[in-house]
Write a protein that binds this ligand. Structure first.
Ligand code: NAD
Length: 524
């Protein structure tokens, strides 16, 4: 069996990676049809952008009801097409996206409310500045396969609430889930062409970029992110890139080791380790290493690995043969470099699909290749440190910077260390889950990405701010207008030390010179 999908014909066949069974077939969208979809989205945008927040909220809340009513079927589909346990389809896809939907449906108007900006001395001159937000147009969404439902749906909801229309190109590994997202909006009665789904692999994604949407929201690997950024640059299309991670978990000796062990197991193995924010490196302080490692191994051995449809399954299948081979390669790299495989370290011999056993590795070091490259699988390499400075240095020794966690009972130390970690989100005594908090920004430092999704910062990616500046006392010319003269230059010279200082007292010293200059202008 193989879950590596052929995209050579006009049909994509979707397989269950746990059983090899066919999940469905989807017709591949041609490049011309992708361009036409973006054009239709532009037309639909002209009406959608005129809708009130109240109308948009009603649409998203209806879509939410459709999703709730159909959730059991959707959970099965997510589990079948991606291999993840139904438990995680509920906890990591359905529940967080339902929360995101209600949050942005209810709060986007407030988050995008026009607001005044303080402009200091210009304000005393009768000027006022206000910011209003305009939607961008058509937003192209190109997601990965690992959270195939919640990531594109959440981004679509935010884009729509901001007044944009959307074209989604789902991953070729999860095309049926992509179609399901389109169906939800259709059933909710969203106006035609506000959400369109185009199906295909990388070439179809590239066609979407070439079709010049007004923004690209991309989730995937660094390599593809670079290609998309380069292609988008040709048309100055702006891009948000949500890329890979190699996320560190730092456990100090004073941490609650029982909790830290449970968090490490969930953080490393949920979604079979295929989360951008998976714990991919664990650094434990000498003194606590033995106890923490023992607890982690014990907890790992208790996990049930099986097909995703069983409610007691904690670890499902991986999504593709290509991905499982990367995991095998990295585990071999650890072995060859002298690290010890404490448990796991192989495909599960009792199961037929793409199952890799949850694997705990000790004696890992940052100079091992598998401690630098993203694994994206169920491995938990453990390394040790002695001082706080060393922990920070080891955590930051990576091209990635998506998320990180710090475990300690000393809150001041936790905060101090967190702020020194180069990552977009850092948790103290928590791990991985903040993508599920739609209110908070999500995105990476370094090669983990550019821009943000979620939160107010994510919404700002989906609008363009417009500055409206008003002169409420438009009775006389401004001193800096033409024609220039010796009086003008003297006024501007004095402005540098008075007006430009931001001090009202100093600026009053400029008033006689300003009056002279304005009189001069009025005479001309
Ligand atoms: P990928 O880069 O192979 O593919 C991602 C998407 O891009 C797919 O839909 C694919 O069809 C499309 N694509 C491929 N080539 C393209 C091209 N030239 N132009 C346009 N589109 C193209 O990534 P993947 O294997 O699907 O996902 C795994 C990666 O995603 C991991 O690195 C993971 O860390 C990352 N990820 C990041 C986040 C985040 O929020 N930072 C979330 C989930 C996954």
């Amino acid at each position: 069996m193989s879950a590596v999908l052929p995209v050579q014909t006009d049909e994509i066949v979707s397989y269950n990676p746990a059983t090899g069974a066919e999940v469905g077939r989807v017709t591949q969208t041609s490049d011309e049809e992708v361009t036409a979809a973006v054009e239709r989205g532009r037309v639909a945008f002209q009406s959608w952008k005129q809708t009130s927040f109240r109308e948009r909220t009603a649409c998203i809340m209806r879509a939410r009801e459709v999703l709730l009513a159909d959730k059991e079927t959707i959970v099965r589909l997510i589990s079948d097409e991606s291999g993840k346990p139904v438990a995680e389809a509920f906890s990591m896809e359905i529940a967080p996206v339902l929360d995101l939907m209600q949050y942005f449906a209810r709060n986007t108007e407030k988050l995008l409310k026009p607001h005044k900006i303080g402009i200091g001395i210009y304000g005393l001159m009768g000027r006022a500045s206000k910011i209003v937000y305009h939607p961008l147009g058509v937003v192209g969404i190109i997601p990965a396969w690992n959270y195939p439902f919640s990531i594109p749906l959440g981004e679509a909801v935010m884009a729509l609430m901001a007044g944009n229309t959307v074209v989604i190109k789902p991953s070729e590994l999860t095309p049926m889930i992509g179609l399901k997202i389109g169906e939800i909006f259709e059933k909710a009665g969203l106006p035609e062409n506000c959400v369109q789904i185009v199906s295909g692999g990388g070439a179809t994604g590239a066609a979407l970029v070439e079709a010049t949407p007004d923004k690209i929201m991309f989730t995937g690997s660094v390599a593809t992110g670079k290609k998309i950024a380069a292609a988008a640059a040709k048309n100055l299309t702006s891009v948000v890139l949500e890329l890979g991670g190699k996320d560190p978990m730092i456990v100090f000796a004073d941490a609650n080791l029982e909790l830290a062990a449970g968090a490490a197991v969930w953080g490393a193995f949920c979604n079979a380790g295929q989360s951008c924010s998976s714990v991919e490196r664990l650094y434990v302080q000498e003194g606590a290493a033995e106890e923490l490692t023992r607890k982690i191994i014990e907890k790992t051995r208790q996990l049930q690995q099986d097909t995703g449809d069983k409610e007691t399954t904690s670890i499902g299948a991986m999504s593709s043969e290509r991905q499982i081979q990367i995991v095998e390669d990295h585990v071999e790299d650890f072995r060859a470099a002298g690290a010890k495989i404490e448990t796991g370290g192989r495909r599960n011999p009792a199961l037929e699909g793409l199952f890799y056993e949850p694997t705990v590795i000790t004696g890992a070091h940052n100079d091992m290749r598998a401690m630098q490259e993203e694994t994206f699988g169920p491995t938990l390499p453990i390394s040790t440190f002695t001082t706080e400075e060393e922990a920070i240095r080891l955590a930051n020794d990576s091209e990635f910077g998506l998320t990180a966690s710090v475990w300690t009972r000393d809150r001041a130390k936790g905060k101090r260390v967190a702020e020194k970690i180069e990552a977009g989100s850092v948790c103290i005594n928590e791990v991985l889950y903040t993508h599920g908090i739609g209110q908070t920004p999500w995105g990476g430092f370094k090669n983990s990405g550019r821009g943000r999704t979620h939160g107010r910062e994510g919404l700002m990616e989906l609008v363009q701010p417009q500055h409206i500046h008003t002169n409420k006392l438009a009775l006389m010319p401004d001193a800096w207008w033409m024609p220039y003269s010796a009086t003008a230059v003297e006024t501007f010279r004095k402005m540098t030390t008075t007006f430009a200082s931001g001090s009202i007292i100093k600026t009053t010293m400029l008033l006689p010179q300003l009056a002279k200059r304005v009189r001069e202008l009025l005479k001309r």
